[in-house]
Design a protein around this ligand. Structure first.
Ligand code: ASP
Length: 310
């Protein structure tokens, strides 16, 4: 039987056992379970890794629990600006969007950039024009309103600071979402989607929509989706760095990912984690924070859903 596998994340941050109510933890686990199971089903049915990662991310974007799509955080203007990217490891094609508003599933728009334009990365008004040309519905801001996120924003709106959604405050542990997959044809893909950081200003763009920083996929090496302090992930070109260590230094998936998250990223002051898969079906999910919402499911029958350090 051919191997296939999927891994997802819902953000890394200050996730310490005992700090979350059982009810909340159960809700997170249920959402991760739904996303991983429906994406796995796609792979089982013979769909591509691209279809599986999109399916997983759509499920996470539709939940208010994670900082992407419906659960996106507030900008300094009290709006929601979302970023997403997707990459196909079989042909190195990619699509990405940034600072878009009102789109229910930014990951699908990113995929459409890849499929229906000759470009990779569309931003702001231009990306919105493109969405309208494909008849995307533009949702009312109320769809993205969440009381907890609104409160987080109100707490810092009059300051110059901006905040990772899942860090600092004990009650604010939600994050960017992502998925990586290996399909039955031996192809891998990666996808990442986010609302960015609470109170972000000036059209701030993080790593999530940047190919090479927050997302990367190459059948030669691995597929990677990142979460964490975006500015550092951009400077460390984190997703591509994992691939480069495998390609040029011959490191294993696990060693390459650990080198980047536990050494190189820390050295420049960045925190967060990533999920990665290679064409042999190996999965690694390192993080240098207290926890990371994550799950994996393999054709060998293994399914795990985790939040804290093991
Ligand atoms: N990396 C994302 C960003 O900087 C945030 C996150 O992972 O939660 O926009």
């Amino acid at each position: 039987m051919k191997k296939y596998t999927i891994a997802i994340h819902g953000g890394a941050g200050t996730l310490v056992k005992g700090n979350m109510t059982l009810e909340k933890e159960t809700a997170y686990r249920a959402c991760l379970d739904l996303a991983i199971t429906s994406a796995y089903k796609k792979l089982e049915d013979g769909c591509s890794a691209m279809e599986a990662v999109e399916e997983a991310v759509i499920n996470l974007e539709n939940s208010p629990l994670f900082n992407a799509g419906k659960g996106s955080v507030f900008t300094s203007e009290g709006t929601h600006e979302m970023d997403a990217s997707i990459m196909d490891g079989s042909n190195l094609k990619a699509g990405a969007v940034t600072t878009i508003t009102g789109i229910k599933n930014p990951i699908s728009l990113a995929k459409d950039v890849m499929l229906h334009t000759e470009h990779v990365f569309l931003a702001g008004d231009g990306a919105m024009k493109f969405a309208k040309s494909l008849d995307y519905k533009i949702l009312d801001p109320s769809y993205f309103h969440d009381d907890l996120r609104h409160k987080q924003w109100l707490n810092i709106r009059d300051t110059d600071s901006f905040q990772l959604d899942h860090s600092v405050k004990k009650d604010s542990k939600f994050g960017t979402v992502g998925a990586v997959a290996l399909d039955q044809d031996g192809n891998i893909a990666a996808a990442t989607s986010t609302g960015g950081m609470t109170n972000k200003r000036f059209g701030r763009v993080g790593d999530s929509p940047m190919i090479g920083a927050g997302t990367y996929a190459n059948n030669l090496t691995c597929a990677v989706s990142c979460t964490g302090s975006g500015e550092y992930f951009i400077r460390g070109v984190v997703a591509y760095e994992v691939s480069a260590l495998m390609e040029f230094k011959g490191l294993s998936l696990e060693d390459a990912a650990s080198e980047v998250i536990n050494k190189r990223l820390l050295q420049i002051g960045g925190d967060g984690g990533l999920i990665a898969v290679d064409v042999h079906g190996n999965i690694t999910m390192p993080f240098n924070t207290e926890g990371m919402y994550r799950a994996k499911m393999t054709s060998e029958g293994e399914k795990t859903i985790s939040i804290y350090k093991d």
